[in-house]
Design a protein around this ligand. Structure first.
Ligand SMILES: [Fe+2]
Length: 286
């Protein structure tokens, strides 16, 4: 099975992307989120372009999605009182995003069956709106929509989706990757914007993956983004890593549409799911 992965979009997705990606005839296309920039309206316009895909698409929302600029600022500043205030209107913003994306599916704590006639793959969508690190972002929304108050609740909800799966393979889809893969600025989900560096992964995701493996579930890959490839202060982080038979992909090449040698290039990642392993390669279409 071949699956397309689109990293943090941040408004860079247009009709040419729709044509190119549909032409590649993937079984499905996974979006790791952050469709929007800093304004909800731009995100909705881009979501309506994603809706034009003929290929089935699954989108996990990022910390920029269905949010407004004050909300993102409150989350970054960890101003809890403001976070609560800014959550007003969140159900409407979620509905507007889901409507704009449809028939592409807005995911989160959900399971999505892919079937190409040869094998079945369940995509387990983890926590929506992750902003990475040790703080639970969009907490009022997670509590109201999913009953999730903390990382432990979140871990249990991801596990519930895993437990009900009987697919040949499992692929996790998240906005941000798991903890446990390195604590330096240039690690796959390492913190490059604080002098202290650190592991900026999602702990609930790491534990849910570990639990899935303990249950004997066929975890093949974990797909996420959020921590952009280009590092603050220079350099690039690795975009993939294989550990204990699981492939981890950080698809956040930002901007995903860029100029090189006078040509416009468009980035995505191709996943190839074989009987016992998943491979990934970066694809640049013009
Ligand atoms: Fe993000």
């Amino acid at each position: 099975m071949r699956i397309g992965v689109v990293g943090d979009v941040h408004l860079a997705f247009d009709a040419i992307d729709v044509e190119r990606l549909d032409a590649l005839a993937y079984t499905a296309i996974l979006f790791v989120g952050d469709i929007a920039g800093y304004f909800e309206r731009g995100g909705l316009e881009t979501a309506r372009v994603i809706a034009q895909l003929s290929t089935p698409a699954i989108v996990i929302p990022g910390n920029h999605d269905a949010a407004h600029v004050g909300q993102m600022a409150a989350e970054v500043l960890e101003a809890e009182a403001l976070v609560g205030l800014m959550n007003v209107g969140q159900p409407g913003r979620e509905r507007a995003l889901a409507d704009a994306l449809s028939p592409a599916v807005l995911a989160g704590y959900s399971r999505h069956r892919l079937d190409d006639g040869e094998r079945t793959v369940d995509v387990i969508a983890a926590r929506p709106h992750s902003a990475g690190g040790p703080r639970l972002a969009f907490r009022p929304h997670l509590a109201a929509a999913f009953g999730v108050e903390d990382f432990e609740d979140s871990r249990r909800l991801i596990e519930a989706r895993v437990a009900e799966s009987d697919a040949d393979d499992l692929i996790f889809l998240a906005h941000n990757g798991p903890t446990g893969l390195g604590a330096r600025r240039d690690d796959i989900w390492g913190c490059d914007f604080r002098d202290s560096e650190g592991d900026f992964g999602d702990p609930d995701l790491e534990y849910a993956i570990g639990d899935a493996r303990e249950l004997g579930k066929p975890v093949r890959a974990v797909i996420a983004g959020h921590m952009h490839h280009a590092l603050r202060g220079g350099g690039l982080r690795p975009w993939r890593l294989e550990r204990d038979g699981v492939l981890y992909v950080n698809a956040a090449r930002v901007p995903r549409i860029f100029e090189q040698d006078g040509r416009t290039l468009r980035h995505h990642v191709e996943l190839i799911v074989d009987a016992d392993r998943v491979r990934a390669r970066e694809v640049l279409t013009s």
